[in-house]
Design a protein around this ligand. Structure first.
Ligand code: ADP
Ligand code: MG
Length: 322
């Protein structure tokens, strides 16, 4: 589906509202107040569609100063964010370039979300690890202040070793699955020999103990997957440092397409402002690839930006869609 309209008419708003209604949060901001129309105190998004073959209805209600409320087929969900476990949506916005050009934290967060979508049963591993890390760091500071003895750290050290190994393993599996599709999609979009390489540091009990003195001085745990990074390269070139904006964009897009092909149910794809930056050849490759995938919404300022005939066109005008 092609979403067309002049700059500033609300195309991004439309995609954002679909993301909120299918995932429970905005890809742009954590501040839900920004999602409510200026001057209003509440807003609601209602979606009707199909999941596989069954009809599905979702509503997300936002009220100033309150938590969002989500309903799936009329039943209230424990939180809007739990929509993530019900429907999968992958989004590309120009902000997503941070996955390649941003710091390691942006990549860790991204690949941990990929991991959660690919292996829903293990979706909690990254959060469990981070929660345990916070506990161990708090314990380190208590020892440093003389409020408890070093032996109080032992259970946390063991948990970090255990959960850290699980997280490293899970990330390796996710990246191993993602890498071939990533390379293929990147290659056809004109980014040759694209690679992902996980630079992992599993925190064993021995390693954690060996650096205990330093960790106590700093009050933080200095080894483990919370410090890891993923190399995104094309041939010998590290795209994190040396990729052009265009190459970084192709890499992010290829990651998204590779993931979409791995998910058991084709996800909803929301692609914002991707066409204008691609040359015609690449737009054609992308359009053909998307035609074989699940439901896709792609924005453009002009119809002609999409080199194939879309199955639907939504024209956005200020304040209304028709
Ligand atoms: N909460 C809001 N309430 C009303 N208008 C908003 C809100 N947030 C952003 N806008 C307006 O929406 C417009 C941007 O729409 P956007 O979806 O980014 O346009 P497009 O993607 O079509 O270029 C801007 O004019 C902005 O001021
Ligand atoms: Mg926009």
């Amino acid at each position: 589906m092609l979403v067309v309209g002049r700059n500033g008419v609300g195309k991004t708003n439309l995609l954002e509202s679909l993301h909120v209604a299918t995932q429970g949060f905005s890809p742009r901001t954590r501040q839900d107040t920004q999602l409510i129309r200026f001057g209003e105190s509440a807003g609601r998004i209602v979606l009707e569609g199909h999941r596989a073959t069954s009809p599905i209805e979702i509503s997300v209600t936002l009220r100033q100063g309150q938590a969002k409320e989500a309903k799936l087929n009329g039943a209230k969900l424990p939180s809007a964010e739990s929509l993530r476990r019900e429907v999968s949506t992958l989004v590309f916005t120009p902000d997503r370039l941070a996955v390649v050009k941003g710091g390691p934290a942006a990549r860790r967060a991204y690949f941990d979300r990929v991991l959660a979508r690919l292996f829903p049963a293990r979706a909690g591993v990254p959060q469990d690890y981070l929660a345990t890390l916070a506990q161990r760091n708090a314990a380190l500071r208590r020892v440093q202040l003389g409020l408890s003895g070093r032996d109080a750290l032992e259970p946390w050290t063991e948990r970090i070793a255990e959960l850290g190994a699980a997280l490293v393993e899970q990330r390796r599996v996710a990246l191993t699955q993602l890498a071939p599709g990533f390379a293929e999609r990147a290659d056809e979009l004109g980014l040759p020999d694209a690679r992902l390489e996980y630079d992992a540091h599993p925190p064993t009990v021995e390693l954690l103990e060996a650096r205990l003195t330093r960790d106590l001085e700093r009050g933080t745990t200095g080894v483990g997957p919370h410090l890891d990074d993923v190399l995104v390269a094309s041939g010998d070139r590290d795209l994190r440092q040396y990729g052009s904006q265009g190459e970084q964009r192709l890499a992010v897009l290829s990651l998204l397409l590779a993931e979409a092909e791995l998910l058991p149910t084709p996800p909803l794809l929301l692609l914002d402002d991707v066409l204008s930056e691609l040359d015609l050849g690449r737009r054609e490759v992308l359009a053909r690839r998307l035609a074989g995938m699940g439901q896709t919404m792609i924005t453009a300022t002009h119809r002609s930006a999409l080199p194939i005939e879309p199955s639907q066109v939504v024209e956005v005008e200020p304040g209304a869609a028709k």
